[in-house]
Design a protein around this ligand. Structure first.
Ligand SMILES: Cc1cc2nc3c(=O)[nH]c(=O)nc-3n(C[C@H](O)[C@H](O)[C@H](O)COP(=O)(O)OP(=O)(O)OC[C@H]3O[C@@H](n4cnc5c(N)ncnc54)[C@H](O)[C@@H]3O)c2cc1C
Length: 599
């Protein structure tokens, strides 16, 4: 297993040089505490915790997994103690509302910590990650009493949270869910039903677990319009706020799964458990979107982490492993062979992981800044613009990053040759752990429908324009920059083509709605590569400007330009295939009758 090293120089490059965080925080309402020194100190401390505490537990979690007994679920050795340290360090409260014990720091700083936590130990990070989503949901939709009772405990980290959506017969299509909520005389509800695949549904890390549950009220309309949202605690809170009597909710079993073994994936049985409505009746799915949006950006981080961890492991190996000679003559003449990093194909694998990890970081931090502005922007106009941009970027970040993150994890394994397939090095664990990213929190197919159907076509392309306008301005501003030409010209062409393709797909979709489903995943992947082209061109510009000013970090900045060049020459051309296949029409997918799919 690679020892995780937080990529602090790169984190600072994206925060400070690409996205100008200092200015960004100065423009937010109530972000006075986020001074550069403070932010730096937080990130340094977070890095230490992730490197020293979480990273060593990553392989332990995989090998031991969680264990179920009638008394509850036991997490792997060291998980509970690490969580205790995390709570004592005040990490759960960092970005939460100060009225309920939070520190009120901007959400984008929380994402940096989540990146380091998730890369060093994704399975462990899911426990506080889910609490974060529960916190946001109660913060946005809970009553004052619910906030006092649950929010304060989630924010302090004493209790953790879950999201309970999926049932045995439905995950993507929540309109068919069956869990029932029957009103009690005291204003509470009795929740009955089975939820499956519930991450962190039961564990021994905290004294109580707050389940955020989707269920139907009696007589509720069918489909998604009849779903309400409830808080269902594992232990019912006492008058004094402490965890009291056991509620009728229990973990029936743990799933045996491909990866993320350190995280408990639970079948949860609600047997008339006591719960309380959050938000208005039948508007549960709308309220749950608060949770899901947090979780989607959270899952996008998994894509970044998979690429980063694969890169860190395979880079070290590629410098040491000796095999054959460079095609242009020995590079290590005194050794028995050259290190594999000299071979072009190994370079391809390393550079792919590197540009995916760094591009993903830029995209996630950019999305994080939009989250900050949505919450604390000074004007209504700024908040609205950030909300539109965030809505557009979220499905791309979630699906594109987990897809290419998984590809990168696979490349990390490939660099190791046969040793990559052996557990000891941790590369096969990274592949297994990262595979789920494309499934939970809405599969790639579902994210693609959200992007193309809901975000782009339903707004007549307005959501796309929010982004492409920015790209257009950037291209225009730099049109005369000779050094940037190799990036600006293809970026401007992609930006234009993106709009043209959207029009074409939109036109065919007006005649046949199946065309949306047929084009969606290619459209999403194309969009991901286009967003990355913009971010890599911007990173190249920052680096070129720094070198022009004169810098002692010439190699660092030059590597940024070289990485951008690799991206434009070797990954961006993938858009050619996506452009062609997104226009290939639904017929070749749907013409074959179902019966012909015979085995
Ligand atoms: C390890 C793990 C942890 C999880 N954690 C949680 C959790 O904490 N809480 C929770 O509630 N759930 C959780 N889930 C559930 C997860 O979110 C769902 O599995 C996921 O959303 C997919 O739903 P499904 O499994 O029912 O697949 P289905 O919805 O049955 O989908 C099957 C396939 O059909 C495709 N599909 C479905 N509908 C369409 C459509 N309209 N157009 C195109 N394609 C379509 C999907 O993309 C997918 O490829 C977890 C799952 C796992 C495995």
């Amino acid at each position: 297993m690679p020892e995780y090293k937080a990529p602090l120089r790169d984190i600072k490059f994206v925060m400070n040089e690409l996205l100008n965080s200092e200015q960004h925080y100065a423009n937010l309402e109530g972000a006075e505490d986020a001074t550069p020194d403070m932010v730096d100190a937080i990130i340094q401390e977070g890095a230490k915790f992730c490197e020293q505490v979480l990273s060593p537990l990553n392989q332990v979690g995989d090998q031991e997994g969680c264990t179920w007994s009638e008394d509850g679920v036991k997490t792997p050795t060291g998980f509970k103690e690490a969580y205790q340290q995390y709570v004592e360090g005040g990490w759960p409260s960092m970005t939460a509302d100060p009225n309920y014990g939070g520190q009120g720091l901007p959400h984008s700083i929380g994402l940096v910590i989540s990146e380091m936590v998730g890369t060093s130990n994704w399975s462990w990070g899911m426990y506080p990650g889910l609490s974060h989503g529960a916190t946001n949901t109660i913060e946005a939709h809970g009553t004052e009493e619910q906030k006092q009772t649950y929010l304060t405990k989630l924010i302090s980290g004493e209790w953790t949270g879950t999201m309970c959506l999926t049932e045995p017969h439905c995950g993507s299509d929540l309109g068919t869910l069956r869990t029932k909520a029957e009103p009690n005389a005291d204003g509470s509800y009795s929740i009955t039903g089975t939820k499956i695949f519930i991450s962190a549904g039961e564990h021994d890390m905290a004294e109580n677990i707050v389940h955020i549950v989707l269920a139907r009220l009696p007589g509720a309309p069918e489909g998604t319009k009849g779903i309400s949202l409830f808080i269902v605690p594992k232990q019912l809170p006492n008058e004094d706020g402490s965890a009291g009597e056991r509620n009728a909710v229990s973990c029936g079993s743990l799933e045996h799964k491909m990866g993320i073994h350190g995280n408990a994936t639970c079948v949860m049985n609600f047997d008339g458990a006591k719960g309380w409505l959050i938000g208005p009746e039948n508007k549960g799915l709308n309220c749950m979107f608060t949770f899901m949006n947090t979780a989607r950006i959270g899952t996008a981080i998994q894509g970044l982490g998979s690429a980063e961890l694969g890169f860190q492991g395979s880079l070290a190996y590629a410098k040491e492993r000796l095999a054959m000679r460079s095609l242009s003559g020995p590079k290590n003449p005194d050794g028995i062979a050259d290190p594999i990093i000299v071979h072009p194909d190994v370079r391809r694998m390393l550079l792919t992981q590197k540009v995916v990890a760094e591009g993903a970081r830029a995209l996630i931090y950019l999305a994080g800044q939009q989250v900050d502005v949505v919450h604390s922007g000074k004007t209504e106009e700024e908040r609205k613009h950030a909300d539109a941009l965030l809505g557009f970027l979220t499905p791309i970040a979630k699906a594109f990053l987990t897809e290419i993150g998984y590809e990168s994890a696979n490349l990390g394994m490939q660099v190791f040759g046969g040793h990559g397939y052996i557990a000891e090095w941790g590369m096969e664990q990274n592949v297994r752990d990262s595979r789920i990213g494309m499934i939970y929190e809405g599969t790639t197919g579902i994210q693609a429908l959200d992007l193309l159907g809901r975000k782009v076509l339903m707004t007549q392309g307005e959501a796309l324009k929010v982004f492409t306008k920015q790209v257009h301005v950037f291209c225009k501003e730099n049109a005369d920059n000779e050094q940037l030409k190799e990036f600006i010209e293809p970026l401007a062409a992609i930006n234009k083509e993106w709009g043209d393709l959207t029009m074409k797909v939109g036109m065919t979709a007006m005649k046949n709605r199946e065309e949306v489903g047929a084009a969606a995943v290619d459209y999403l992947m194309y969009s991901g590569y286009a967003v990355f082209a913009y971010l890599w061109a911007r990173m190249a510009k920052v680096a070129l400007d720094k070198m022009a000013e004169g810098t002692s970090e010439e190699m660092f900045y030059n590597a940024k330009v070289q990485s951008a060049r690799f991206y434009f020459k070797r990954l961006l051309p993938r858009t050619r295939t996506h452009a062609e296949t997104m226009l290939a029409g639904a017929d070749s997918l749907l013409d074959m009758p179902e019966e012909a799919f015979a085995i």
